[in-house]
Design a protein around this ligand. Sequence first.
Ligand SMILES: [Cu+2]
Length: 275
Amino acid sequence: MAEIPAPARERRVGRLLATLIVVLIVIGGVGSFLIARGRWWMLPVASVHGVEIDRLFNTTLVVTGIVFVLIHVVLAVFVWRYADRGTGRAAYWHDDRTLELTYTLIPAAVMITLVSMGAVVWAQVHSPPPPDAMVVEARGEQFGWLFRYPGKDGVFGRIDPARISVKDNPMGLDPADPASKSNIVTRDLHLVLARPVRVRIRSKDVIHSFYIPAFRVKQDAVPGMTVEIWFTPTREGDYELACAQLCGVGHYIMRGKVKVESQDAFDTWLAQQSH
Ligand SMILES: [Cu+2]
């Protein structure tokens, strides 16, 4: 058998290695996607807005996924097909108007479509809350969450940071304000099923972030500001509130409990909370 010339042998080894790499990448990509979906995928959605956000997320993932695969297939085909055989010269030209317009306009159209879809959902999420929404305040601190319900009169009393006392007055309610009397301060967040809720988010010290993964809700809590968000829980149950902003050594324990329940159960619970 005639010996294979060196360049041809190298090419064959190169192609074998390329095939191996492509196969490994495909196995690794598909495998890790499946494992991630089973283990670390997003929690089942439990809010009205969350459904739209998930749809947007999946659309973006599919579109960018297709582009990613296509580009790498084209790259692999070119490496394979046009590998240097030790003969000839590479072609060179510039100024190809059609090509340049194509690779500019198509990605621009795709990006503008995705961004517009995102803007629509963003506008929904940040639209004014329905008038019948209940109101609750959430305050982050190093390291935990505190909630305040306005009580019967529906008014939040004045807060005075100088009055904050861990034991007696963690929220810093000002007793001089009559509206403070009916305010109810709690350690857990209870919400009513299918009832929109407006959350006034504040911080006592540094920047925290109010994050309830199951509701697809995430909003920074900024000291000196009250930031409002609203959403509507759609499933009864217990959920987790996390801080999504690295806020200090105890960041990891900033875990709050959220319970979504019927209006009756909520009223009973609220009545049991001390003022
Ligand atoms: Cu925090």
